[in-house]
Design a protein around this ligand. Structure first.
Ligand SMILES: [Zn+2]
Length: 156
């Protein structure tokens, strides 16, 4: 074969990249930021099973309480790889699943939280907690209306 040099170069480049492109996350959507695409690089192994996230903050959030999130992923059926694993301990899932300000992002017991009308409200990041504190009644009402704060049932 007599190929022009540039073409050969391009071909070898494509061949070198091919294995990387072929690898795709087993769960295509991030289970923490539930509308974002998972990234093959943002991977965590749980009991030998790979879970893929969209970014390092999500990985960090998961690593703070992996058992809690796997139990939640199982309820939400969002990560087939861990759907059947046995989560150790007795996990009590929060009524609240999503941040009142990032309504597609999960929260857990270790997320920033505040006491409001006798119950805890959780946020995906400290900045959102700060926003909340500027006008809790307004934000509570809005988030409750969207179904994001079920723990406030009968309280507002
Ligand atoms: Zn993320």
């Amino acid at each position: 074969m007599n190929l022009p040099n540039q073409f050969r170069l391009l071909l070898s480049l494509l061949l070198a990249l091919a294995p990387v492109q072929a690898e795709e996350p087993a769960n295509p959507t991030c289970p923490i930021m539930t509308e974002d695409e998972a990234d093959v690089e943002a991977k965590v192994s749980y009991q030998g099973h790979d879970i893929f996230f969209c970014c390092s903050p999500c990985v960090k959030q998961f690593k703070k309480e992996p058992d809690y999130y796997v139990a939640l992923f199982q309820i939400m059926k969002s990560v087939p790889a861990v759907q059947a694993v046995k989560v150790p301990g007795d996990i009590h899932l929060l009524e609240q699943r999503f941040c009142p300000f990032s309504d597609k992002r999960l929260v857990g017991p270790a997320s920033p939280s505040v006491e409001y009308k006798g119950v805890k409200v959780y946020f995906s990041k400290p900045g959102h907690l700060k926003t909340w504190e500027a006008d809790p009644d307004k934000y509570a009402k809005e988030a409750y209306a969207k179904g994001l704060l079920p723990q406030l049932k009968g309280k507002i």
